[in-house]
Design a protein around this ligand. Structure first.
Ligand code: ZN
Length: 312
């Protein structure tokens, strides 16, 4: 079986949208490539950050909701989102985070690779992992970070689960991932090497409480398929394996199906296309509120109800 290429995007919950933009755009140097709304709840922003064009494998999105209380970490959710950086970049990031008064919370090695651990403004765990050959992404030249130290898309994601086996079986038998290493209570799985976001770590914690969603929680993890035919084929295999998968939903920038993996994490399978350039040029990306055709009629009401986004 052909392995999936890795992560398409990761979606998380936040509190203040302005603080979210300041952190991801101004501190981490991720381009805000799309400003839209939560299609299932258009009173809420949906902010997309990524490389210059919002390539699959680089996209972190947020549903910010002012006043949302923080989540509680636990099993059944993603424990951390990891970005790849080039060799010898962590000293730069350590200094930059300290200068913004958001110092790294931990620093060390994992599977022989240097890792810097930090939290975003809502306490969401992020990791920067130094890799020898960073994945090819479209560097955002308009951002504040020197090219050699820019984030290079996702390294991967860590899922916290009570037992390894059910999720491991899904990853290996249905997604085509391989178990490549084990270190303590952490199992590392890899999709096609070379693509951004090829790693899934399972952190196995049999006695941890169940996580509770809130600001700083990952809402779901989306994996890539090249097109709608591959999506339908994978959907059929998931259904045949007994999983309860939604019908295909039109997310404007990709097509999606969703299901809960057996460890309790919400997974999505998203198509690579049509992509972020369907309703904006490369220069325009993220510059204005974009709505899908079925919400465009309600633009005045939607725009008025959205919380302010600072100077944007
Ligand atoms: Zn999604």
């Amino acid at each position: 079986m052909q392995a999936l290429a890795g992560i398409h995007h990761i979606t998380a919950l936040a509190n203040d949208p302005c603080a979210n933009v300041e952190f991801y755009q101004d501190v981490l140097g991720q381009r805000l490539v799309k400003r839209t709304v939560n299609f299932d709840d258009p009173n809420m922003h949906h902010l997309y950050y990524g490389d210059e064009v919002g390539s699959p494998g680089t996209i972190l999105t947020f549903f910010p909701w002012p006043g949302l209380r923080r989540g509680q970490r636990g099993v059944g959710e993603a424990a951390a989102v990891a970005y790849a950086v080039a060799h010898d970049s962590l000293a730069y990031w350590r200094a930059r985070l300290a200068a913004y008064d958001m110092p790294a919370t931990d620093d060390g090695e994992r599977f022989g690779q240097p890792v810097l651990i930090l939290e975003d403004v809502d306490g969401m765990p992020l990791e920067l992992v130094e890799v020898e050959s960073p994945p090819p992404v479209q560097l955002w030249r308009g951002g504040p970070i020197p090219a050699e130290h820019m984030l290079r898309g996702f390294f991967g994601v860590t899922l916290r689960v009570r037992a390894a086996e059910p999720t491991a079986t899904l990853l290996t038998e249905l997604f085509g991932y391989r178990l490549v290493a084990t270190e303590g209570d952490r199992l590392r799985f890899q999709a096609t090497p070379g693509a951004p976001g090829a790693i899934v770590d399972l952190l196995v914690q049999p006695h941890a409480p169940v996580g509770r969603m809130g600001a700083g929680s990952v809402h779901h993890v989306a994996f890539r398929v090249p097109d709608e035919a591959a999506q339908l084929a994978l959907r059929e295999r998931l259904v045949a394996a007994g999983l309860s998968v939604t019908p295909v939903r039109d997310r404007q920038y990709f097509r999606s199906v969703y299901f809960y993996e057996p460890g309790g994490v919400l997974f999505e399978i998203a198509t690579d296309g049509p992509g972020m350039l369907i309703d904006e040029t490369l220069t325009e990306l993220g510059s204005a509120l974009r709505l899908p055709p079925w919400l465009e009629t309600y633009r005045p009401e939607i725009a008025q109800a959205l919380p302010p986004l600072g100077n944007l």
